[in-house]
Design a protein around this ligand. Structure first.
Ligand SMILES: [Zn+2]
Length: 384
C-alpha cells in the first residue's frame, strides 16, 4: 500500500540535505510517498511518482510527527485543587507527587490503561506520533511493574522512574528505598522498560543516590536519563553529562559549567516549558543553550501535578515566546530534538527510510504553531 501526499505548501523535513543552511530542511511545493509504514520518496510535487492512493494537502504545511520524549501518563486522579492553590500563591514542591501515588495504587490496571489511552489520543490530535511514558506513581514493586506494563501497551519508549520520590512507606528510610529501587523493583520493572530515570533534586534523590540507581539500571540493560535542575541549580545536569546520558530533562537552572558540560558531552537538554507555565517558575533560556551548541529538545512532561498539558504545539509556542527560541528552533526541538533525546533516527525527520509519521497543519507554515497559540491547527496525522 502506498500513499502520495502531494501539493504540500511547506514540507518540514529536518533533513539538512533538503535545503542547505535551513534548520528545518523546508521544501516548498513538495510531495511525500509513504509505503508500508515508511517514507519511500520525498521531492517536488511535480516529480512525484504514482501511488495507490493520493492525498491533496491543498497548499498546507506537513511536518514530521512530533516526538514527545517526556511524559508521565500512567496515573489516576488529578490535582486541579493543588494547581488552583498554586495559582493563588502557594509554592510547588515535589511532595505533591504522593497524592497521585495514592490514587494510582488504588486504580485497576484497566483504569490506568484507559487514562493512558485518553491522553495518548489527546497527544495524537495535537500532532504527536512518538511518545515516551514513565512510571513513577506506583513506588512499590508491583505498582511500578504494572505501570510499565500498561505503558508498554502504548509505546516502546518506556522509562522506569521508581526513583521519582521516596515512597511514603520509606519516608524515614531513604537508603532502604534506594535498595528497593535498585533491587526487587528494578528486577520487576526492567523487562517492561527501555530507560531508567531519577528525579535528582532537593526533596527527591541526591547525586550519590542518582549515581547508584543509574548504575544499577545500566547493569540491568536500561539506558539512563535524569530529571535535573528543575527547582534550583544542582549536580544532576553535570552528572548526566559525566555519564554521557542521551538526555537530561528540565534544565531550568543551569550554571555556565553545566551548559558547557552538556555541549561537550553531546547530552540533549530537554526543556519542558509547560512546567514553568504551570508552576510560575522562571523559564530557562533555550537561546542560551542553542547559542552554546547544546542540542535542545522540547517535550510536554504531561503529568497531573506540575504540568497537565499534552500539547506540543502549546509547548512550541511557549518555547518561542518565553525561551527565546525561533519558531523553527522550537519545531525542530519538538520533532528532531525529541528523537535525539530518545536516541532515535527513524522518527522526527521526513526522509526516505524514516517511519511514516507525519502531521498535517491547517496552516501554510510551521510558524503558525507559535503565531497562533492555543488554536487547534493539527488537521490530521499519519502514523506507521
Ligand atoms: Zn517529568
Amino acid at each position: 500500500m502506498s500513499l502520495l501526499i502531494t501539493n504540500i505548501g511547506e514540507l518540514v523535513t529536518n533533513d539538512p540535505a533538503a535545503a542547505p543552511g535551513d534548520l528545518l530542511g523546508v521544501r516548498t511545493d513538495a510531495a511525500v510517498v509513504l509505503t508500508d509504514g515508511v517514507v519511500s520518496w520525498v521531492g517536488a510535487a511535480a516529480d512525484a511518482p504514482a501511488a495507490d492512493e493520493v492525498f491533496d494537502a491543498r497548499g498546507r504545511a506537513v511536518l514530521p510527527g512530533f516526538v514527545d520524549s517526556h511524559s508521565h501518563l500512567v496515573f489516576a486522579g488529578d490535582r486541579a485543587l493543588e494547581f488552583q492553590a498554586r495559582m493563588a500563591g502557594e509554592s510547588y514542591a515535589a511532595g505533591g507527587i504522593r497524592t497521585t501515588v495514592a490514587a494510582t495504587r488504588a486504580a485497576s490496571d484497566d483504569q490506568l490503561a484507559a487514562g493512558v489511552a485518553r491522553h495518548v489520543a489527546e497527544m495524537r490530535r495535537q500532532g504527536t506520533t512518538t511518545l515516551e511514558i514513565k512510571s513513577g506513581y506506583g513506588l512499590s514493586v508491583d505498582d511500578e511493574a504494572r505501570s510499565l506494563r500498561v505503558a508498554r501497551e502504548f509505546t516502546d519508549e518506556t522509562t522506569f522512574l521508581g526513583a521519582h520520590v521516596v515512597a511514603p512507606e520509606y519516608a524515614d528510610d531513604p537508603a532502604g528505598y534506594v535498595d528497593l529501587v535498585t533491587g526487587p523493583m528494578l528486577a520487576a520493572a526492567a523487562p517492561h522498560a527501555r530507560w531508567i530515570d531519577v528525579f535528582c533534586e532537593r526533596g527527591a534523590f541526591d547525586e550519590d543516590q542518582a549515581r547508584t540507581i543509574l548504575a544499577a539500571g545500566t547493569a540491568a540493560g536500561l539506558k539512563g536519563r535524569l530529571h535535573a535542575n528543575q527547582l534550583g541549580e544542582g549536580p544532576g545536569v553535570r552528572l548526566a553529562a559525566e555519564l554521557g546520558l542521551t538526555a537530561v530533562d528540565h534544565c531550568t537552572y543551569l550554571s555556565d559549567d553545566d551548559v558547557h558540560a552538556l555541549r561537550d558531552a553531546g547530552t540533549v537538554a530537554t526543556l519542558l516549558p509547560g512546567v514553568e507555565f504551570s508552576t510560575r517558575h522562571p523559564y530557562p533560556s533555550g537561546r542560551r543553550l542553542i547559542d552554546a551548541g547544546v542540542t535542545v529538545a522540547v517535550a510536554s512532561d504531561c503529568n497531573p501535578g506540575s504540568c497537565y498539558t499534552s500539547s506540543l504545539p502549546f509547548c512550541i509556542a511557549l518555547a518561542v515566546r518565553e525561551m527565546g527560541m525561533t519558531p523553527a528552533e522550537a519545531v525542530w526541538a519538538a520533532s528532531a530534538g525529541g528523537a535525539a533525546a530518545l536516541g532515535r533516527t527513524d522518527v522526527g525527520r521526513v526522509v526516505p527510510g524514516a517511519r511514516a509519521d507525519l502531521t498535517l497543519l491547517d496552516a501554510p507554515t510551521h510558524v503558525h504553531l507559535a503565531y497562533r497559540p492555543g488554536v487547534p491547527l493539527v488537521a490530521r496525522t499519519w502514523t506507521a
